[in-house]
Design a binder for this molecule. Structure first.
Ligand SMILES: Nc1ncnc2c1ncn2[C@@H]1O[C@H](COP(=O)(O)OP(=O)(O)OP(=O)(O)O)[C@@H](O)[C@H]1O
Ligand SMILES: [Mg+2]
Length: 332
């Protein structure tokens, strides 16, 4: 972990020429640059949310959140070598999030902890009987920029994954450049946009030109393609990206590679919480992909990891408990 004294003491930008070539055997299977924060999840809130009333939850979990961090954590729990770059505040929540990621086996040596006005982000998830509120304070999530990145560290891998594209507001203007650079270094690239809070989906077509695997859910696929029809959306996206993998919740997943279509059913589980299931799917899929597995095996591994995630609250609790995780994976 790198610690800076103030928010202004940034390192100078790294030029392409200064970045070193990757080793013949890369240090990491997957590198990720993105958000690191906690999720505070409250369960069992009343269906009606009346202003000014005190509403009582019956359970709560404070757990590692952030799509990028969940993918990193769960990839490492499955046995991949993962390097992670991020920017957090010098505060208690940032410290807990960092410890969780490190305990999961992720290399966090390049996470920047920056003391300053902005604190680490936080997502609060309120579970009512039939619906959820998802409230995010962006904090340092939006402040990760190109200047925070160590390009040679990110390039020392087989694969680079980017999550939550539209939360990475500081990085977004140079994402295309970043992906172009990493592709030039021989890495394959995956992208899970997750939702766009502004619902504009700007710049995606250009970014997708540098992506090998696009991992949206059903709604995101339709939004990204600008059509309500999922089949047409997948068709359109498959002309922009070599491999489109669409997550379909309890229906499993679907993939399109060129003109070939693949489907893979979800695993039967008693799901207690689907928070982070999509990120866990990404981890399961990529864990096999970087090992050169065939597409059907990658999809099955994604569905298995997604299902495992739903057996515990949050996105990483089921992976963090090694006994539970191994038992589940053996049993399926
Ligand atoms: N109820 C369920 N039963 C079994 N598997 C599930 C269930 N819900 C989700 N999954 C698994 O998790 C994967 C991802 O779920 P989903 O389609 O909800 O992703 P997402 O919308 O991207 O999720 P996230 O909210 O984490 O971003 C599915 O493809 C499936 O394999
Ligand atoms: Mg998702």
């Amino acid at each position: 972990m790198r610690i800076s004294q103030t928010g202004n003491s940034r390192r100078s930008p790294i030029s392409f020429a200064a970045a070193s070539s990757p080793q013949p055997m890369p240090r990491f299977d997957v590198t990720i640059a993105g958000e690191l924060n906690l999720d505070l999840i409250l369960y069992g809130l009343p269906e009606q949310q009346q202003p000014e009333r005190e509403l009582l939850a019956d359970r709560m979990t404070l757990t590692l959140g952030a799509s990028s961090a969940i993918v990193a954590h769960n990839l490492a729990a499955l046995g991949s070598r993962v390097g992670f770059q991020s920017r957090i505040g010098d505060d208690a929540l940032g410290k807990i999030a960092l410890e969780r990621l490190q305990q999961g086996g992720v290399d966090v040596s390049q996470v920047r902890r920056v003391a300053g006005a902005t604190t680490t982000g936080l997502t609060v998830i309120l579970h009512h009987e039939l619906w959820r509120n998802i409230l995010t304070y962006m904090g340092t999530i939006a402040e990760l920029t190109w200047d925070d990145l160590d390009l040679s560290y990110l390039a020392d891998a087989r694969h680079f994954h980017l999550s939550s594209l539209y939360l990475q507001r500081g990085l977004l203007p140079r994402v295309t450049e970043l992906l172009q650079y990493l592709k030039g270094k021989g890495l394959t690239i995956s992208l899970d946009t997750n939702d766009d809070p502004d619902d504009r989906w700007e710049g995606l077509q250009e970014i997708l030109q540098h992506v090998d695997i696009f991992l949206p859910n059903e709604r995101e696929a339709r939004k990204a393609a600008g059509t309500e029809d999922l089949d047409i959306a997948i068709e359109k996206l498959s002309k922009m990206v070599p491999l489109v993998v669409v997550k379909l919740g309890r229906k499993g997943a679907m993939a399109q590679r060129g003109t070939e279509r693949f489907t893979s059913p979800a695993r039967e589980v008693v799901a207690v919480d689907t928070v982070g299931a999509g990120d866990s799917f990404d981890a399961g899929f990529l864990h096999q992909y970087v090992r050169g597995a065939d597409l059907q095996t990658c999809l099955a591994s994604g569905n298995l990891a997604g299902a495992l995630s739903t057996t515990r609250p949050g996105g990483t609790e089921a992976f963090r408990d090694a006994k539970h995780r191994e038992q589940f994976l053996r049993g399926h």
